[in-house]
Design a protein around this ligand. Structure first.
Ligand code: CTP
Length: 216
């Protein structure tokens, strides 16, 4: 088992919700479970863990310092300064890539005509950390791909300047969003590719942290 005693670990988890009006939002199916399992396992291994979590119904162990957020912007605003003190950052959150350009102050009323909502990109937290990463800090990204998984994940790892990429696809029965199990492949900057089998997310968290410890 990996030993993370004395390490400061920052984890993002869950979806983000991007407000359309006071009652509606754009979101996704992430439960936050994978990131919560990673945060809890890192704490079990002795790390000082901060978890920045988007809207999730799941609780996390008391050993994890958890900060709940709603939107990508809130996650970005919190994570950037926290990264300065982190040895390892694991960004497993399924951050919304776009948000409504304008949030309506009142509930949007139904009309007969179609409705168009203009979207703008959210800040990319992983890419921003990649830009300010210092020597000795380890940055881990997640990539959920539905096609050309390996090539896309490799491109993403280089573009966002992270050290490891944890890749999963929606192709596996029982893996990913909404499931207790996951199947991941970890890739690094030297071109190593490590495949893991379909396993409970608690065990996938151990695999990921063991891989990280070996990379340190
Ligand atoms: N991520 C982030 N901030 C965002 C979007 C994504 O920190 N605004 C992080 C995720 O937490 C994950 C990684 O970036 O670790 C991959 O996210 P993904 O949305 O798949 O990457 P994109 O660059 O948006 O690529 P695409 O949507 O084209 O697959």
């Amino acid at each position: 088992m990996a030993d993370l005693r004395g390490k400061r670990v920052l984890v993002t988890a869950g979806p983000t919700h991007e407000a359309i009006d006071p009652v509606r939002f754009i979101g996704n199916h992430s439960s936050g479970r994978m990131g919560i399992c990673i945060a809890e396992e890192a704490a079990r291994q002795g790390a000082e863990v901060t978890l920045v979590c988007g809207p999730s119904h799941l609780a996390s162990a008391p050993g994890v310092h958890r900060i709940d957020v709603i939107s990508a912007q809130q996650m970005y605003d919190l994570v950037l300064p926290l990264f300065a003190d982190a040895d390892i950052a694991i960004l497993s959150a399924a951050v919304a890539d776009y948000r409504p350009r304008a949030v309506s102050a009142q509930k949007i009323k139904k009309k007969d005509a179609s409705l168009t909502i203009e979207l703008e990109p959210t800040p990319d937290i992983l890419a921003s950390l990649g830009q300010i990463k210092r020597e000795g800090q380890l940055l881990v990204g997640f990539a959920l791909e539905t096609e050309n998984a390996l090539a896309n994940a490799q491109e993403k790892m280089v573009r966002k300047n992270c050290d490891l990429m944890v890749m999963n696809t929606l192709a596996d029965e029982g893996a990913g969003f909404g499931h207790d199990t996951n199947r991941v492949t970890i890739i690094d900057r030297r071109g190593n590719i490590t495949n893991f089998g379909l396993r409970p997310k608690t065990e996938v968290a151990i695999d990921i942290l063991t891989h990280i410890s070996q990379t340190l």
